[in-house]
Write a protein that binds this ligand. Structure first.
Ligand code: ZN
Length: 139
């Protein structure tokens, strides 16, 4: 069995940001030499998500607005978590809504995604260096 484990580093300029990482992940699939297998992608942080959806600018903005309605950042005093001195309780909640990780089939040496599917890193407490795990296994 072939396998590859690598970490992508990311530092978003914005506190809240969606980043399309499909090309970077596909490059790692190529590097792994795996033709048939699975590719797991997850952030190593509890305030970020990896998920699959459409790369459409309106939709990317819609998510951030929708998440802000569900788990507003302010007032930060509304969250018990922020009593620890942190101010990112909303980011923990937003990450839970958007999920932790994604697994994509590798077929013929490529990510086997639907026509409009792209892999996104969702950052909810950014402006600092964070890691994304990519693990690829197969033949
Ligand atoms: Zn926190």
């Amino acid at each position: 069995m072939k396998h590859l484990t690598e970490y992508l580093w990311i530092n978003t300029p914005e506190r809240y940001q969606m980043v399309d990482i499909t090309n970077e992940v596909q490059e790692l699939v190529k590097k792994s030499g795996v033709k048939e297998g699975l590719c797991l992608v997850n952030p190593m942080h509890i305030t970020a998500s990896v998920f699959i959806n459409d790369h459409e600018s309106g939709l990317l903005q819609d998510w951030l607005v929708w998440l802000e309605k569900l788990a507003p950042h302010a007032p930060i005093s509304q969250y018990k978590h922020n009593l620890t001195g942190e101010n990112n309780a909303d980011a923990h909640l937003k990450r839970t809504i958007m999920g932790r990780e994604t697994t994509v089939a590798v077929t013929g040496g490529k990510l086997d995604l639907g026509t409009w599917e792209r892999i996104f890193y969702g950052e909810f407490d950014g402006q600092r260096r964070k890691r994304i795990l990519v693990k690829i296994i197969g033949e």
